[in-house]
Design a protein around this ligand. Structure first.
Ligand code: FAD
Ligand code: ZN
Length: 481
């Protein structure tokens, strides 16, 4: 933040507490700590008050007081965000509004394939509820046990099933949002077709709490696949991975739901640092793909087709080696190799992260350019690029050289970001594919975003939040101009 701000007055804090009652207000420093600390410990903010409203009306009441008293607020879900959008700044001027007590499943309409939920419902609870109705809610992230659907929609989360089902915004039919003046917008339609003007829900999804507080949503459900097969396939390089993806999509169509890439160094980290993991293949290979295919067709048909797909591509030399999980335990073990990669990087020292996307076809060229550039900038740096290659989205993480101090390496965060993001930009890519802008990338955005798009974003922010009380300084710093 560039402006000097003062904490809310005791009288304002009392009025805010009155809205939620004693159960819904936290102000003891030891109890405030988990709400101001980001899970990676990169940002620790400060706030005099965390509010836990239980209803949409309570959220509206809070926002009305904030608007009247010009008190800035930070909406917060499960606090798993990767760009510090959910953490207040250090000056203690903001209150935090955490949605976790807004946690009801409001309605399920099985024939309409929809579920209406409060914004504070944890993603995993939504998946489990859908499952009870023999349906699928396909959004899937490693943080699903703690992130909330409101946070997922506010960040337009991605994850491992985007290839088949799209990002969070593709899974929504309607929204309920509390606006900056305390009005409640009831946009909870469960319609698949509605062309009555602008599609307002898309303004709020991906806005990271800067345009409104999402309090409810109508989510799309899908038929639960009858069978799924998980394969772990070794390929020579990223270009081979893309050829394999193309072949898989020709063979299985939309049934390819996951196509994830990881390099040998990533697998080495996992095998070295995580207990009970083992290399599913006999020899060391350069790159690996985790592929999942899920189908409505039951029986053994899918398993046989995946096996013959593997054999065909082994014979053609596109796949070097591979295995198809033969049991649920094996399937979980293969998924663990991919999902625990960020955790396995921690014992290797500092890791500088990039969440980038480029056109899928540009992945190999991007990787070649970026790897050369980072190695020239810091000999010994260890790139660990992994992720959702089928979406053109890689977590281009850099592990520190083995002979360097962690803090010294992490001090290079911004210079590496600039180096990698400039290359991303040359490929027409994005510097934030799925995590958002939040606080971490707000100052970088003007360098990479089209100036007309930025101006429209600022105009929208000023129109919807004229007093700049909703998560100020995140995504855009409208005050600094
Ligand atoms: P928070 O972190 O609490 O908030 C995130 C942002 O949304 C903040 O700007 C906040 O102000 C805003 N916000 C929260 N709730 C609301 C609301 N109700 N209304 C308006 N604004 C709100 N992300 C991916 O996209 N793909 C992944 O694969 C992925 N994997 C992850 C794995 C791990 C282990 C972890 C820790 C994180 C991962 N993430 C991933 C990042 C994170 O989980 C997502 O960004 C998630 O959507 C955030 O949800 P949350 O409820 O924790 O939101
Ligand atoms: Zn990801």
């Amino acid at each position: 933040m560039t402006t000097t701000r003062t904490p809310p007055s005791p009288a304002t804090l009392d009025r805010l507490r009155d809205i939620v009652g004693p159960q819904g207000a936290i102000d003891r420093p030891d109890e405030l700590a988990p709400f101001v600390r980001e899970w990676r410990d990169r940002f620790v903010g400060n706030t005099p008050l965390v509010l836990l409203p239980k209803t949409t009306e309570e959220v509206a009441g809070i926002v009305k007081i904030c608007q009247e008293t010009k008190t800035p607020l930070v909406p917060q879900g499960g606090n798993t965000g990767a760009v510090a959008g959910q953490i207040p700044f250090e000056d203690g001027a903001e209150i935090v509004v955490n949605l976790r007590r807004l946690s009801k499943i409001r309605n399920i309409d099985a024939l309409n394939n929809t579920m209406t939920v409060d914004a504070g419902v944890v993603l995993q609870a939504i998946q489990e509820t859908a499952d009870k109705y023999d349906k699928l809610f396909p959004l899937s992230l490693a943080s699903e046990g703690s992130c909330q659907i409101g946070g997922n929609l506010a960040t337009n989360a991605g994850g491992t099933a985007v290839l088949r089902y799209g990002t969070a915004r593709d899974l929504v039919l309607g929204l309920e949002v509390v606006l900056a003046n305390g009005d409640i917008w009831n946009g909870l339609q469960s319609l698949r077709k509605d062309n009555t003007g602008y599609d307002l829900k898309h303004v709020f999804m991906g806005s990271e709490g800067t345009l409104g507080i999402i309090t409810g949503a109508v989510l799309k459900l899908f038929p639960k696949p009858r069978t799924s097969e998980t394969a772990f396939l070794a390929v020579a390089d990223p270009a081979a991975a893309l050829q394999l993806l193309d072949k898989a999509q020709v063979c299985f169509g939309q049934d390819v739901s996951t196509f994830e890439l990881m390099p040998r160094i990533g697998l080495d980290f996992v095998l070295k640092h995580l207990p009970d993991t083992k290399d599913p293949l006999a020899d060391n290979q350069a790159w690996y793909v985790l592929m999942e295919v899920a189908s409505q067709i039951g029986g053994d048909a899918l398993s046989q087709r995946v096996q013959s797909f593997l054999e065909e591509n082994l014979n053609a030399g596109l796949v070097q080696d591979g295995v198809v999980a033969g049991s649920l335990t094996q399937k979980a073990a293969l998924w663990r190799l991919r999902e625990s990669l960020p955790e396995a990087q921690k014992p290797e020292g500092g890791s500088i992260k990039h969440d980038i996307s480029v056109p899928v076809s540009s992945i190999p060229a991007f990787l070649e350019r970026a790897s050369k550039a980072v190695a020239t900038h810091l000999p010994g740096v260890r790139p660990v690029p992994f992720g959702h290659v089928g979406d053109g989205n890689l977590h281009y993480n850099l592990s520190q050289p083995t002979d360097m101090q962690r803090e010294q390496f992490l001090g290079m965060w911004e210079e590496f970001n600039a180096l990698v993001h400039d290359i991303v930009s040359e490929f027409g890519g994005s510097i934030s594919a799925e995590h958002g802008v939040g606080r971490m990338k707000a100052s970088e955005l003007p360098r990479y975003k089209d100036p007309v798009a930025l101006r429209l974003m600022r105009d929208l922010k000023r129109t919807l939040d004229p007093h700049n009380i909703l998560n100020p300084g995140k995504v855009l710093d409208v005050k600094s101009e």
